[in-house]
Design a protein around this ligand. Structure first.
Ligand SMILES: [Zn+2]
Length: 270
């Protein structure tokens, strides 16, 4: 539909009026139609003349039907490919969310300029199609030589593909200095003992620094005396006091009565 009478030629009267329903509920009566030149060599016929309109509207289904062609929309442009066209025809550029059909800007592009235009709008698409080919390799291909100002930095797949592991979760460290919190655990028995009779081990992990101490054990019952020795060692060597101890509540790691009494004396929260 066209509102500009000057753009139309071969204007004819319709045999019977056509009614156009507007989004605001108003109905317009169309009585004339004509032909509009989109380029010097390409025109569309049966265009309704609607002087009340403020914009010229191009019906994509009608265009496809009339030309037996294909209308494609990219990030920046809309263009038509049809058997009657020797090269794709840019119909309009994207402006504020709409593809703006501007007869003054319509032009028939050459194959070279089409390649250039297409390379810019779809460099990222080709990056994906070619197995996430790096940008410098893409630019070595002739069709992409014009795409200097394009970037594939925002590709979300490439960085993930180069990772061997998924990123670690955010730190959950709740302590503010060394020996604020110690995680303790006893592991074993292992199916075979060491040559000198050990088959358990005790680990102590400092929550703040993640420093780990490991001690081999012959029996489970040795775990708490070793823990006591560790607490004493911290006080002597580091001139600080352990504040909290966290375990899986195993009996040998502080759940017994005398263990609880020891922690209480030391002021350690278990
Ligand atoms: Zn990529």
């Amino acid at each position: 539909m066209c509102f500009d009478f000057n753009l139309l030629y071969d204007i004819q009267l319709l045999n019977s009026p056509v009614y156009v329903l507007l989004p605001n509920g108003h109905v317009l009566t169309v009585t004339q139609f004509g032909t509009v030149n989109l380029t010097e060599t390409f025109s569309i016929s049966n265009v309704f003349f609607v002087p009340q309109f403020k914009h010229n509207l191009l019906s994509v289904p009608k265009l496809c039907r009339d030309t037996k062609g294909l209308v494609q929309f990219s990030e920046t442009t809309c263009f038509l490919q049809a058997p009657s066209l020797s090269s794709p025809l840019v119909l309009g550029d994207l402006l504020k969310g709409l593809y703006l059909l501007n007869p003054n800007k319509l032009f028939s592009v050459t194959v070279d300029s089409f390649s250039y235009c297409n390379s810019i709008v779809s460099l990222k698409l080709w990056h994906t199609r070619l197995g996430h080919l790096p940008l410098y390799k893409l630019k070595q291909l002739n069709v992409f030589t014009g795409a200097h100002d394009c970037s594939i930095d925002d590709c979300s797949v490439c960085p993930k593909a180069r990772h061997h592991n998924l990123p670690f979760a955010s730190s959950s460290i709740s302590s503010s200095q060394m020996f604020d919190l110690i995680h303790i655990d006893r592991w074993g028995p292992y199916r075979s003992t060491t040559f000198d009779g050990y088959k358990y081990f005790l680990t102590r992990v400092d929550d703040f620094t993640r420093t780990t101490w490991t001690h081999l054990l012959t029996t489970k019952g040795n775990a708490f005396p070793i823990l006591q020795g560790f607490i004493e060692m911290v006080e002597t060597q580091f001139s600080t006091k352990m504040k909290r101890v966290r375990s899986d509540n195993a009996f040998e790691l502080g759940s017994g009565v005398h263990h609880a009494e020891y922690f209480k004396q030391k002021g350690i929260i278990h």
